[in-house]
Design a protein around this ligand. Structure first.
Ligand SMILES: NC(=O)C1=CN([C@@H]2O[C@H](COP(=O)(O)OP(=O)(O)OC[C@H]3O[C@@H](n4cnc5c(N)ncnc54)[C@H](OP(=O)(O)O)[C@@H]3O)[C@@H](O)[C@H]2O)[C@H](O)CC1
Ligand SMILES: [K+]
Length: 516
């Protein structure tokens, strides 16, 4: 499991060390790590000697890190040019850079175009314009430079120093022009903004350099499950198990208008592995489920008459009064319940953490609006972790917010971010399969909760266990999507096949499915 910290908390962790006079030491460690990583990138594409490197250096310590790293690369034989984007610059770092033989270009209206051309043609670019001290997107000459560079394109590798400049290290928000990185080398601790939203998209591969903050770091701001975590969270069948002890999932999904959502959610739940599924719905939908998934027990009955360990309600069930009634009863049943799509508007004022909401940004905006808290969808997309937390706190539920990166917030504040998905999963029916996966994980967990520790990870407090499971579901869904997309566009009804294969791979030691 990865732990990430806000830029502000890393700065706070640095401050006692800075007060103790260790500022230069920290910066040298950062610059060493950055130069090593940059040299590695150059070596992989033909070596360091004679290669052209451009250092984009802003006014603060981020520019200082990049200039010191540039000096080290120059000493290894690169031809290095620093483009200073501000009149202010970290003076000792610039002196070291010049002493190593680096060339310097001060950015001005008259040098903008030639500097942009140089950046575009460089073998490697170190982006040190802004780090954790940045406020808002790039401005002034720095913004104009990046706009021109993006218009020309880059031929070399872009390595971001700490964060891609202009990305908010706390939230991942990014406004204005941004130079997307191939690799981000971040210092002291992984920054939250590199895991979420625009920051995650701009960061490329991310590596963390230890600069000795160690004990001074506070509790993490965000967690992210890795493939190796999955087998500690998945309740594997035991020899004494039978279909009831494995967990029974109740599903009330689909309607005459949207029967397909029920098929997709049920198929994904079956592929995730569950003892039994009891399916409730109108006759037309149960007939379809019986045909497509003959192992499912179907009826037109009620929630209170169905003995299950967990519920999944809502996919494709928008207009159907019977399905709405079942959703209401499931939500108030006290059993773990996945509340998706058409069931979201039926949520009472407050629920417990065992109720897992699965909105996308538009559905979350509607949820806030129903509670008299008008929030724009784009605001949610810009700060998904902040709004998922706000929704979890307001409702008491566990909130899984779907998007390019999926965020899961526990009502107690612990937050998970999973960036395992592929844009190919942005297709109709994808959310229904995620809901099915979650339903199966929660039902098997509920059935197994007393005899194993599925759903608990060291370091994550027990109240967040539903959030951990939901994050595991997002991980599985994302990896299954990636596997499916290897053969081109995803056909969602074929996803269950990949879910099964990914589970098989994740349960190996070590897991053979790696994030790509
Ligand atoms: N503290 C340490 O010893 C270590 C820091 N590390 C690195 O330092 C950065 C954080 O450095 P800091 O100097 O605090 O901030 P930045 O380098 O990010 O730059 C802030 C200055 O940039 C200007 N600014 C702010 N917002 C913008 C913007 N939107 N567009 C353009 N310029 C902006 C502003 O200066 P002005 O003169 O313009 O007011 C800020 O002062 C951290 O990210 C690490 O890379 C190392 O980790 C080592 C230890
Ligand atoms: K940067």
């Amino acid at each position: 499991m990865l732990s990430a910290y806000t830029g502000s908390s890393v700065r706070a962790a640095e401050s006692p060390l800075l007060e103790a006079g260790l500022g230069d030491e920290l910066m040298q460690r950062a610059a060493h790590g950055l130069a090593q990583a940059a040299a590695g990138e150059l070596s992989a594409t033909g070596g360091t000697y004679g290669r052209s490197v451009v250092v984009l250096a802003g006014s603060g310590n981020n520019g200082g890190d990049a200039l010191y790293a540039g000096a080290r690369l120059q000493q290894r034989g690169t031809g290095t040019t620093a483009v200073l984007t501000s009149e202010r610059v970290h003076a000792p770092a610039l002196a070291a850079f010049c002493a190593a033989g680096g060339r310097v270009v001060a950015l001005s209206d008259s040098t903008l175009d030639s500097a942009a051309a140089r950046v575009s043609a460089a073998d490697l670019i170190l982006d040190g314009i802004l780090g954790t001290g940045g406020v808002g997107g790039l401005r002034g000459l720095a913004a104009a430079l990046i706009e021109r560079v993006n218009a020309r394109g880059t031929v070399g590798t872009v390595v971001a120093c700490d964060v891609p400049s202009g990305v908010n290290a706390d939230t991942g928000e990014a406004t204005g022009h941004l130079l997307s990185a191939d690799l981000t080398i971040t210092f002291g601790a992984l920054k939250s903004g590199l895991l979420i939203g625009a920051g995650a998209r701009a960061a490329g591969r991310v590596a963390t350099i230890d600069i000795g903050l160690g004990e001074t770091l506070p509790e993490p701001d965000l967690y992210s499950l890795e493939p190796a975590d999955f087998r500690h969270l998945y309740a594997q069948p035991q020899p004494a198990d039978h279909k009831y002890s494995r967990g029974v999932l109740g599903i009330a999904a689909g309607s005459a208008m949207y029967p397909g959502a029920a098929v997709l959610a049920t198929g994904a739940a079956l592929a995730t592995g569950v003892g039994m599924i009891r399916f409730l719905g109108p006759e037309r939908v149960t007939a379809l489920i019986n045909t497509v998934h003959p192992e499912v027990v179907c009826s037109q009955g009620s929630v209170s008459d169905s003995h299950v360990q967990a519920w999944l309600v809502g996919p494709g069930a928008t207009e159907d009064p019977g399905q709405r009634q079942r959703a209401r009863e499931a939500i108030s049943s006290g059993l773990p319940t996945i509340v998706d799509a058409g069931a979201l508007p039926l949520l009472p004022d407050t629920v417990g953490a065992h109720v897992i909401l699965t909105p996308h940004a538009g559905e979350l905006a509607a949820l806030f609006e129903r509670r008299g808290d008008a929030v724009d969808r784009t605001a949610i997309e810009a700060d998904p972790a902040g709004f998922a937390r706000r929704a979890a706190q307001a409702t008491g539920a566990t909130v899984l917010l779907k998007g390019y990166t999926t965020v899961v917030a526990a009502s107690t504040g612990e937050t998970f971010v999973q960036a395992n998905a592929t844009p190919w999963l942005a297709t109709a029916g994808s959310g229904d399969t995620l809901a099915g996966i979650l339903g199966a994980l929660v039902a098997t967990h509920a059935a197994n909760a007393t005899n194993n520790d599925a759903g608990s990870l060291p370091g994550v407090p027990p109240p967040a266990r539903w959030a951990v499971l939901a994050a595991a579901g997002a991980l599985l869904h994302g990896l299954a999507g990636r596997r499916a997309a290897k053969r081109g566009p995803i056909v969602v009804s074929g996803l269950p096949r990949h879910i099964g294969r990914v589970i098989h791979d994740l349960l190996q030691d070590p897991p053979s499915t790696q994030p790509q």
